[in-house]
Design a protein around this ligand. Structure first.
Ligand SMILES: Cc1cc2nc3c(=O)[nH]c(=O)nc-3n(C[C@H](O)[C@H](O)[C@H](O)COP(=O)(O)OP(=O)(O)OC[C@H]3O[C@@H](n4cnc5c(N)ncnc54)[C@H](O)[C@@H]3O)c2cc1C
Length: 479
């Protein structure tokens, strides 16, 4: 009898362990054909940005190696996903195509069409939940509505999660004798053409084993202090799992299970719960993106459509370049540029600064993050920007304007984070490092800082900017 074959369409699930689509293909068919299609047009307005493409290049290289070790070859193609899958079904004789679901609005629509057209051609299609702890449509309020507030959402999700047991990675992946033609990862030309990514290489290990390493490191050395330490950008205190999670090199089920199987005493249990609730925010972000798909560009709170932003190319540029004259803001923006990642506390500070001190639309910040973050994720980024600008579900109220000096002094008390990313302030004493404009001339001289020359003067007066932001908010208040 002829052997049956199935196609596993890899997308944001670049792993072999706990991959329900792959596991299903292996039990259903005699042979399995792993496929990746580079199809930026299929992502609507949100094709991967430059930093994400860097990550993707390395993650695909890792996946190719892991598959080869198990006897399979990743078939890499570029172009329209639907057309390519249909061609592969035709040329390989596969009678099943499987994938793990995605939730971005344009991708949902594209995948629906692909599924329909493959089924119409007689091919079976099965899709799986590989990226979330709960599907967005499985969680609803007592009234049957989507949640808009995190705490009851997470309580409801958590209540159903006792039996999370991730799937093992397969030892072998039987493949057809003739593998279809494939491009090499290099052919996709995902790496930047400018010299920008040097520090990425020192910071990250993309791929499934890198994800596992980050998780192990977090569980052994960082989790115990996470509840207190997670707001400190000057210390490695969070998991740095976000790009691995975005690309599906690790699943939230694996994380949930690993945390709960680790040795949790009283103090660590509290930290573990706080950490898992952050993973819960990711679930909430996907819940909101699924139920309110226009929020990628439109504020959830409609009144904000009338917000009187004061668009300014030079203000936006100063923020993007980390040249606002506010050290904690500049440190964050330079960290982002250097390593494609920024600490969550600092994301909140720079987000508040852009939207409130500079009155630039949150969508501009979201777009910059989209291009420069290795963890750029449509659900989390949308939630983050709507949260900081006050226009989203369960968001910080608009009138909560972060004071960049006080935030710096509280969360980077010795100034180490600023010293690391803003080297021209390296010799400033801690007392003045978050407000160099207030320092006596003798201190500036000794630290070899000349404001306006070696480091920018502040581009706004925070007190005045705060008043202007609150006045702008009066226009839409009550909406
Ligand atoms: C303006 C803004 C934009 C953001 N954009 C993104 C983005 O594009 N991609 C992204 O993954 N995160 C985004 N975040 C959320 C958060 O900053 C990052 O997930 C976190 O800093 C990643 O670091 P970590 O993996 O060490 O997090 P940890 O503290 O170790 O948390 C573990 C995981 O939980 C999830 N998580 C943590 N905090 C949040 C949160 N506030 N919202 C949603 N999920 C969370 C992430 O998947 C993270 O990897 C944004 C936050 C803000 C304020």
């Amino acid at each position: 009898m002829a052997k049956t074959a199935s196609i596993v369409w890899f997308r944001n699930d670049l792993r072999l362990a706990d991959n329900p689509a792959l596991s299903h293909a292996l039990t259903d068919s005699d042979t399995t054909i792993p496929v990746f299609v580079w199809d930026p047009d299929g992502e609507g307005d949100w094709a991967a940005g430059a930093a994400s493409r860097w990550w993707l290049h390395h993650s695909l290289t890792d996946l190719t190696d892991s598959l080869e070790q198990r006897g399979a070859r990743l078939v890499i193609r570029t172009g329209d996903s639907g057309r390519i899958l249909a061609e592969l079904v035709e040329t390989t004789g596969a009678d099943l195509v499987v994938w793990n679901r995605r939730y971005e609005p344009a991708v949902i629509e594209r995948d629906r069409q692909i599924k329909q057209s493959l089924q119409e051609s007689g091919c079976r299609v099965e899709t799986f939940d590989g990226s979330l702890l709960r599907e967005p449509w499985e969680v609803e309020t007592g009234q049957g509505d989507p949640y808009r507030v995190f705490t009851p959402f997470w309580k409801s999700v958590k209540g159903t999660l006792d039996d999370v047991e991730p799937l093992e990675a397969p030892d072998a992946i039987p493949s057809p004798e003739d593998s279809p033609e494939s491009l090499q990862v290099d052919d996709l030309e995902l790496l930047p053409t400018i010299d920008w990514d040097a520090e990425f290489y020192d910071t990250w290990i993309p791929g499934e084993s890198g994800a596992q390493r980050s998780l192990d490191e977090f569980l052994s050395h960082r989790m115990a202090d996470y509840a207190d330490g997670r707001n400190r950008p000057d210390k490695p205190s969070t998991s740095e799992l976000s790009p691995h999670l975005h690309f599906g090199e690790i699943s939230p089920r694996q994380i949930y299970s690993a945390v709960n199987h680790s040795n949790l005493n009283g103090h660590t249990r509290k930290s573990a719960d706080v950490f898992l609730s952050e993973v819960g925010w990711r679930e909430f972000a996907y819940h909101l993106l699924y139920h309110f798909p226009s929020t990628t560009d439109q504020p959830l709170r409609e009144a904000f459509e009338q917000f009187p932003w004061e668009e300014s190319a030079s203000a936006l540029r100063a923020w993007q370049k980390g040249r606002t004259g506010f050290p904690i803001v500049d440190a964050g923006m330079r960290q982002l540029w250097a390593i494609g990642w920024m600490h969550n506390r600092v994301r909140m500070i720079v987000g508040s600064f852009l939207t409130k001190d500079l009155l630039q639309p949150w969508q501009q910040g979201a777009r910059w993050f989209w291009d420069t973050l290795v963890d750029a994720d449509l659900a989390n980024n949308t939630l983050g920007w709507q949260w900081v600008s006050g226009c989203g579900a369960d968001a910080a109220p608009f009138f909560r304007v972060f004071n960049p000096v006080l935030q710096g002094e509280k969360f980077d008390p010795d100034g180490d984070y600023v010293r690391m990313w803003v080297p021209e302030l390296a010799e400033m004493p801690s007392k003045w490092i978050h407000k160099p404009w207030s320092a006596p001339d003798s201190v500036l001289d000794e630290a070899r800082v000349v404001l306006g020359e070696t480091y920018p003067e502040p581009i706004v007066d925070h007190g005045e900017a705060r008043k202007a932001a609150l006045a702008a908010y009066e226009h839409i208040k009550g909406g």
